[in-house]
Design a binder for this molecule. Sequence first.
Ligand SMILES: Nc1ncnc2c1ncn2[C@@H]1O[C@H](COP(=O)(O)OP(=O)(O)OP(=O)(O)O)[C@@H](O)[C@H]1O
Ligand SMILES: [Mg+2]
Length: 235
Amino acid sequence: MSTEPAEQGLSLHHITVRFGGLLALDDVSLRVPPGRTVGIIGPNGAGKTTLFNVICGFVTPQSGAMTLDGKPFRARPHQLNRHGIARTLQGVGQFDGMTVLENVLVGARTKSSERDAWTALERCGVADQAHALPKTLPYAKRKRVELARALAAKPRILMLDEPAGGLDADEIRWLADLIQQAGTTVLLVEHHMELVMSVCDEILVLDFGKPIALGTPGEIRTDDKVAEAYLGAAA
Ligand SMILES: Nc1ncnc2c1ncn2[C@@H]1O[C@H](COP(=O)(O)OP(=O)(O)OP(=O)(O)O)[C@@H](O)[C@H]1O
Ligand SMILES: [Mg+2]
């Protein structure tokens, strides 16, 4: 069992989200202790992005609660930085009329954080593209700009929604290194199983909004319910 004080980090308690008749999240609980990398996987439409949206305050659950370091936590999107939370969007979500540097500055905490923006650009290997417009860059580079924007906030919880989507094997290896060296808590939504299994300490599996398994990569790999959910999705 864990030896951390129970209240540290982010905790979700019995989160339920309905969109009309659709149960997008069905009684989901999750503990994200500081410094851990926690994966959230599941077939398309399982509710992974919705869970991110709840944490970020874009979606208000019908029931359930969250705590951050033991205190009641209800995020508002514009206060995420203040709570030390930064996220990337599924796909790429850049402002096309702004340069790469300007996009990353949006993530930085204050106007004086230009140095953090440059550090993040360098860490993501896109500093030499700082004055380019994102849409002129290859997709993999745009994904790196997205990561740099999140890292520029120097978050303590970094939330990544399908960061490997559309990337080749070399880029995914680079991403795995970045996640492992992030030095922060990471919440990772991802379909690329090899990446998930290699970087996560713990994995939550959702299927039609329901948590069907929670465990280490080794446990999830051999879980019958998980195999069934994915086989069902493939059929
Ligand atoms: N704002 C919304 N209004 C209505 N339905 C929604 C909304 N957001 C998501 N949904 C529905 O909720 C379910 C869960 O969607 P979600 O985007 O969380 O899935 P996901 O696990 O991220 O899937 P994917 O792997 O395809 O990204 C889906 O059926 C989706 O159509
Ligand atoms: Mg999604």
